[in-house]
Design a protein around this ligand. Structure first.
Ligand code: NAD
Length: 533
């Protein structure tokens, strides 16, 4: 967990002259800045690519958060009365605008994170997928649903989904476009307003997308953005929200959960992971090697679903490991606003320090480096090579803790059971990946304690299956995003049960004894009724 009040990567604390042209115009940045809720002071925000100034933004205090909630609440009252068709039209226009304006979105994501353009595109694609999915499915998930009533024929039970009001969202820096927007879209489709606190290192991606949402027709004021210190604004968000959507570390997630618990409001938390990949001895070799690379080094490993542990069976180790090592050594580590390379830089000095500390500790305790392992300031201030390690033991920091960088430990295992046992030997349970023949790999997958398990894929198959829920077992989360679970959570669920003809009580004149014996006969008969909605 990090108090993210300083907006400046440590190695670039001075305002530096940009070493590359500004990718986004002053006019665009100015338009996005106007979307930030007013604050008492302003603070400079810098690019991790060269330490150059992006812009200054107002920094909110708790009182500003209250004002933001009250504005969102006023508009949300009108918004919840709009039809699904109206909301769908806006979100579908937003979908098109995101694809049409992707160059700008890619530029701003890269500018404020240092990630590769390919990883930035994953964010654009994800927003488009989620926007289309919830625009077209929200009504089906949220229209009143008939449920089985207490007494056949005379009790009619219907479930209604009412918007919560204003959802408070707190998001991290690693996917600054997709995490705020993809969780906001179902909340909006369900009829809520939003107050978002993006990570203070990366507010501009969310602002650039919000600008497009307003262009698509979202009513003014419905989606507020506050920028500033994490713990202070986080508490203010929780104190004012009707529901909290949190994405970040497990440590902060526990603080958020405690505060939501004190107010008895619902929350959903998408937290950290130490995700395993299992390579069975009948895995398709080439696909498994390529899948391992994408799963481990997308976004330079700064991905909650990223693979940081690989359990490789003895029977395929001698083919798989040299092949993987050769491919990792070929990866192009660079920093540029184009698609000419594979892996980008880390976001900050803090992130680099953490990765370096895990590497130094692993080396000191006897780990062997198969590929990579070095900080590369010649490429970008926070660039770090994609790294493979073996001989990793339990006394090393990276064995169990989330590194959140491009460092993966490889372990040799003898059997399916050993792979499953080691994969599950963690406090986390976010994502996993299993490679092998279909039936065998699916059987192993069902025994892994993780919210999503990808068979013959790293993470994209489950992530992009937007109709299926995603989330964590154990300390990796509470609640789910995607699918009907990812939109119904933004509603208060109400049952309206209507009784016709007779009450659920003895009719006038019937003794309690007679009623009990009649009911008992009825209950015995109901055993033979099929389940029907
Ligand atoms: P973090 O927990 O430090 O910060 C996340 C957000 O919480 C930021 O906006 C921050 O300002 C805010 N925050 C900080 N202290 C707070 C407090 N006391 N109360 C309320 N909010 C507070 O996490 P991070 O380092 O920015 O992000 C990396 C972590 O996020 C990793 O552990 C990663 O696995 C996880 N993550 C999970 C998912 C997922 O979907 N499961 C997705 C992305 C990242």
């Amino acid at each position: 967990m990090r108090d993210d009040s300083p907006m400046v990567p440590t190695a670039t604390k001075q305002k530096k002259k940009p070493t590359r042209p500004r990718p986004v115009s002053e006019a665009q940045i100015g338009a996005w800045t106007e979307l930030v809720a007013p604050g008492s002071a302003t603070q400079d925000h810098f690019s991790p690519l060269d330490g150059s100034l992006i812009a200054s933004l107002p920094q909110a205090l708790p009182a500003d958060v209250e004002v933001a909630f009250s504005r969102a609440r006023t508009t949300a009252e009108e918004w919840k009365a709009t039809s699904f068709a109206h909301r769908k039209a806006i979100i579908m226009r937003f979908h098109d605008l995101v694809l049409d304006n992707q160059k700008t979105l890619l530029d701003v994501v890269q500018w404020e994170t240092g990630k590769s353009r390919a990883s930035a595109f994953d964010e654009v694609a994800d927003i488009a997928l989620t926007a289309r999915y919830y625009a077209t499915s929200a009504e089906a998930h949220l229209r009143p649903q008939k449920r089985q009533g207490a007494l056949p024929f005379v009790t009619q039970a219907r479930v209604h989904f009412h918007p919560k009001g204003v959802v408070g969202m707190i998001t991290p820096w690693n996917y600054p476009l997709t995490l705020p927007l993809s969780d906001a879209i179902p909340a909006l489709m369900a009829g809520n307003g939003i107050v978002l606190k993006p990570d203070a290192q990366t507010p501009f991606s969310a602002l650039s997308a919000l600008h497009l949402l307003y262009e698509a027709g979202l009513p003014e004021g419905l989606f507020q953005v506050v920028v500033g210190d994490g713990p202070t604004l986080g508490s203010a968000i929780i104190n004012n929200a009707n529901f909290v959507m949190f994405t970040g570390s497990t440590e902060t997630g526990k603080i958020v959960a405690e505060q939501c618990g004190r107010r008895l409001i619902g929350f959903s938390a998408e937290l950290g992971g130490k995700n395993p990949m299992i390579v069975l001895d009948d895995a398709p070799l080439e696909r498994a090697v390529q899948g391992a690379i994408t799963a481990s080094f997308s976004n330079a490993g700064q991905l909650c679903m990223s693979i940081e542990r690989m359990y490789i069976q003895d029977g395929i180790w001698d083919e798989f490991v040299p092949r993987l090592t050769a491919e990792v050594e070929k990866l192009r580590l660079r920093s540029a606003f184009d698609f000419s390379y594979d892996v980008g830089a880390l976001i900050s000095q803090e992130q680099l320090d953490k990765v370096q500390a895990h590497m130094d500790d692993a080396r000191d305790h006897g780990a062997s480096v198969l590929a990579g392992g070095r900080h590369r300031p010649d490429i970008a201030p926070f660039a770090f090579e994609p790294t493979l390690l073996t001989n990793v033991s339990d006394d090393m920091l990276l064995c169990r803790r989330e590194t959140f960088g491009p460092v993966v430990a490889l372990y040799r295992v003898q059997s399916d059971d050993e792979a499953i046992r080691l994969a599950n030997d963690t406090t986390y349970g976010l994502n996993a990946s299993v490679w092998g023949s279909k039936t065998r790999a699916e059987s192993v997958a069902a025994q892994i304690q993780a919210g999503s398990v990808n068979v013959n894929e790293g993470f994209t198959a489950s992530w992009a299956s937007t109709d299926a829920p995603m989330g964590g077992f154990k300390e990796s989360g509470v609640g789910r995003r995607h699918g009907r679970e990812g939109i119904q959570k933004y509603t208060d669920i109400q049952t309206i049960a209507t009784q016709s003809g007779m009450n659920v009580a003895p009719p006038p004149g019937m003794s309690a004894e007679r009623f009990v014996s009649t009911m008992t006969r009825g209950l015995r008969l109901m055993k033979y009724l099929p389940f029907r909605k």
